[in-house]
Design a protein around this ligand. Sequence first.
Ligand SMILES: Cc1cc2nc3c(=O)[nH]c(=O)nc-3n(C[C@H](O)[C@H](O)[C@H](O)COP(=O)(O)O)c2cc1C
Length: 367
Amino acid sequence: MTEMLVRSPAPLPATLGDYAEQAAERWSPSVHAFFDGGAGDEHTLRANHEAWQRLALWPRVLGDLRGGNTATRIAGRPVAHPIFLAPVALQRLAHPEGELASALAAAAQSAGYILSTQSSVPMETVARAVLGDPGHGPLWFQLYWQPERAHNLALLRRAETAGFEALVLTVDAPVQGARDAERRHPLRLPAGVSAVHLADLPPPGTPPPADTYCAGLPAQAPGWDDVAWLRAESRLPIWLKGVLHPADARQAAQAGVAGLIVSNHGGRTLDTVPPTAQALPRIAEAVGDALPLLVDGGIRRGTDVLKALALGAHGVLVGRPVAHALAVAGAPGVAHMIRLLRDELEMAMALTGCRGVQEATPALLGY
Ligand SMILES: Cc1cc2nc3c(=O)[nH]c(=O)nc-3n(C[C@H](O)[C@H](O)[C@H](O)COP(=O)(O)O)c2cc1C
């Protein structure tokens, strides 16, 4: 009886969607726009989700599932499961502990972790915490190209010294997309929250005078020659994040990068580009075994992860769910979110007759 009189607390999240709903209830319009908004009319943002949902799984029955598990290798490194947390900027907007909390959660769940250039916690703090957990997954640093090569070098050397295992160069955002929700609800960073790595860099030189958009910022975007330079300078393997076109994927293989992340930046840069579930099989076909592939964009269910593996990905990244789970429950929330996704993956594997992630092939999708 008393139970009926007391307002019940928010239910325990049972899915990544539950975390998204509960986070949205807590956020101001500007923080909500920053974390959940997409570019333009958000066609690609929606299509990312829908494309995974539209693919049907064709289960096999009565197979021997004994000894089944999610263990695999990403570019030769053993991992307990194929789930990574994507680089997401300014996570202290979602929780006071920001990237430190999400990275600790990833380490506790043996998930891969990619720290953004625009992290609100220094990379050395994050690396120390992750590397202190013997079961941690891959720890990578994401680089947004800086106009001066010296500044890229400074970030690279810091990442190498701190103990990051790979560098991820994001190539799909030479300029910011038209993020209308953020223009309607501009974000003012609270005191004490900033992109700390960029604050440490010396101020960039004066950009060349420009009277058109194309003559301005895009002139400072990275090119293939910069990828070659980065490779030559780096002791870490270089991944490219944000490749959608098979021709770029082939060129990347020739450029000697370590792997590709098939991504449209979660629908945040250019609207109406294809959903990643559509781009992934074309890229897998283009590169064959030459490069390992990861994919992100709209992955919210274990069935989405299994479909990505079936289409040729070696692993997946989740982006917004990190911010959702952080906002709702900090590090334990992120750890729970990863566990939910992994449990769903294991259920989907068992229910389709896959004993290991290598058994996820296009046959699982009916062709
Ligand atoms: C709020 C937010 C900030 C992001 N910041 C970065 C970033 O700093 N660097 C980067 O390469 N990608 C960034 N991304 C893109 C993610 O790494 C990832 O590609 C995308 O979120 C995946 O889609 P999903 O959110 O549907 O899982 C960001 C995405 C969001 C939502």
